[in-house]
Design a protein around this ligand. Structure first.
Ligand code: UD1
Length: 431
């Protein structure tokens, strides 16, 4: 995989535009499998996870193509009218967690599915028991064998589905499966993330009848068919949050465009404690760092609208350079602290035990050669590299590419000194 080479210590200034939300796009692409018509998704960045989902659609017999737009954001056309296959093999599922979303949509469309266990970032066990329990409650037979889920929806029927935990992925899978279930399905204790509301809005634009997303009960009235549509997803609250944290750490003034402050309320309340200056408008957020950063206090991850687990790692980089002690508690994924060891190589003062991190802020951290352990942990290392004294090399950045499209270009335009070193060139230098 490629690496980043960062010369730390530059202040960031200027405008940056947030892309369409990765975590909204991936289930929506899976949702296209249900649709008997052409879909145009506007402004889709070529995140590697998006490309992986397109490969799955093509394997099933659908068509995908990117056209128009800027070199970063293009429109993605998907045509699943001629879907013929109903299996997702391991070699396509293993590189992307969201491959599991195709279980609900393939099953809804084809009534039979064979889908491999998903891959994705190694941040914990990430079971799919809640997905499978929900699918069974809709009358489907499910067998979990040899790394594959075999499911039969010939007796698909609307029902009340009670989730034991408001899992984002399980809620999305069940919403998609229920679209063609005769009668009314109600999902109790669903996830409430903005990406769930976006999936509802997308499916409704194709003729589905879903209501209640974002609230305590989602109701889905079964329909016979979905038609094509044009759709633009919400902006990426995690990318926006990453730039907000960057602004708090080293922003002379960053204007973050296409950012929805409503989706980042918890982050905003924490950032204000650091004494950075933050101003929110309808579709942009402006952040300026404080003369002296102070600790945000405590962050405990929780389901939406709580503090997002995806921003926990970037917050640890902020804490590492904020005066005082900060506490981070990760409640959702048991192995989401792998970046901490890498931050310690950069001189950060962190103690981590039983899912709790105590971080003592330092005036200075320094560059080092580190490895991105996962997507958001990798983003945390980029942020640390921006403020570190000297040079930072981050290896394994293919994991960062999964959810930030060419973040080095955006940071360079803001004044950062960051370069991508392609894997082949690095090998040449070794010889
Ligand atoms: C999604 C996001 C991910 C984010 C996470 C939490 C996408 C593509 N990914 O992941 O970026 O970090 O939401 O906001 O949208 N769980 C079970 N059994 C299940 C399903 C989940 O025990 O069947 C547990 C998980 O182990 C975890 C918690 O529930 O502890 C949350 O997982 P979930 O909400 O399902 O996250 P994902 O959909 O995997």
């Amino acid at each position: 995989m490629d690496s980043y080479f960062i010369v730390g210590g530059k202040e960031l200034e200027g405008e940056v535009e947030v892309d369409s939300a990765k975590n909204a796009l991936l289930p929506i692409i899976a949702g296209c499998i249900l649709v008997d018509g052409e879909i145009k998704l506007e402004n889709v960045p070529k995140y590697s996870d998006v490309l992986a989902m397109c490969k799955i659609i093509e394997h099933l017999g659908g068509k995908t193509k990117f056209i128009n737009g800027s070199y970063i954001n293009q429109d993605l056309y998907l045509d699943c009218r001629n879907i013929v296959y109903s299996d997702v093999p391991n070699e396509l599922a293993c590189c992307v967690r969201s491959s599991i979303f195709t279980l609900g949509s393939i099953l809804g469309r084809k009534k039979l599915a064979k889908v491999s266990y998903p891959g994705g970032c190694d941040i914990g066990l990430r079971p799919i028991d809640i997905h499978l329990a929900g699918i069974r409650q809709l009358g489907c037979k499910v067998v979990d064998k040899n790394g594959y889920i075999y499911a039969d929806a010939s007796k698909l029927k609307a029902n009340d589905v009670m989730l034991s935990f408001p899992s984002v992925g399980a809620t999305e899978n069940i919403m998609m499966l229920a679209v063609f279930a005769e009668g009314e399905t109600r999902i109790f204790n669903p996830a409430k993330e903005p990406e769930i509301v976006d999936l509802q809005n997308f499916l409704n634009s194709c003729g589905a009848m879903i209501s209640g997303a974002g609230g305590n009960i989602i109701a889905i009235k079964g329909v016979k068919k979905l038609h094509g549509c044009e759709y633009k997803t919400i902006s990426d609250r995690i990318e926006a949050g990453t730039f907000m944290i960057a602004g708090a750490m080293c922003g002379k003034q960053i204007v973050i465009k296409n950012a929805d402050a409503q989706h980042n309320q918890e982050l905003i309340s924490k950032l204000l404690k650091t004494t950075c200056k933050l101003t929110c408008y309808d579709d942009k957020i402006i952040v300026e760092k404080a003369d002296k950063l102070v600790s945000f206090g405590e962050v405990e991850t929780a389901v939406y609208p709580g503090f997002p687990t995806d921003l926990q790692a970037p917050m640890s980089s902020l804490a590492a350079v904020s005066e005082g002690y900060s506490l981070i508690i990760e409640n959702l994924f048991e192995s989401r602290y792998k970046h901490i060891g890498e931050l310690m190589k950069m001189g950060c003062d962190i103690r981590c035990k039983n899912g709790v991190c105590i971080i003592k802020g330092k005036d200075k951290i320094y560059g080092a050669e580190v490895v991105a352990p996962d997507l958001r942990g990798g983003a945390a290392l980029v942020l640390a590299g921006l403020v570190a004294e000297g040079y930072t090399t981050i290896n394994n950045i293919g994991l960062i590419d999964r959810g930030y499209y060419k973040i080095e270009d955006k940071l360079t335009r803001l004044g950062a000194d960051i370069k991508r070193i392609e894997c082949e060139k690095r090998m040449d230098n070794c010889n």
